[in-house]
Ligand binder design. Sequence first.
Ligand code: FES
Length: 70
Amino acid sequence: MQQGVVDEQGFQCAFCMPGFVMAATGYLKTNSNPSRQELAHGISGNLCRCQDYDKILTAMMRGAEYMRKG
Ligand code: FES
């Protein structure tokens, strides 16, 4: 997941990053191959002050892909 964040540069200030990484990693334990919409729902409890949710979700999807590949 962390590599997905690095590769996609998914955060602006990164204040919210730990919460998103933990939420996404936890969600992937229940659904390892989510659609973009499913993952968005899975991490929806987190807020980002910079509000670039599209980039964050792209980074989380890349992280999910890496986690599936092991
Ligand atoms: S990237 Fe700044 S609060 Fe989320």
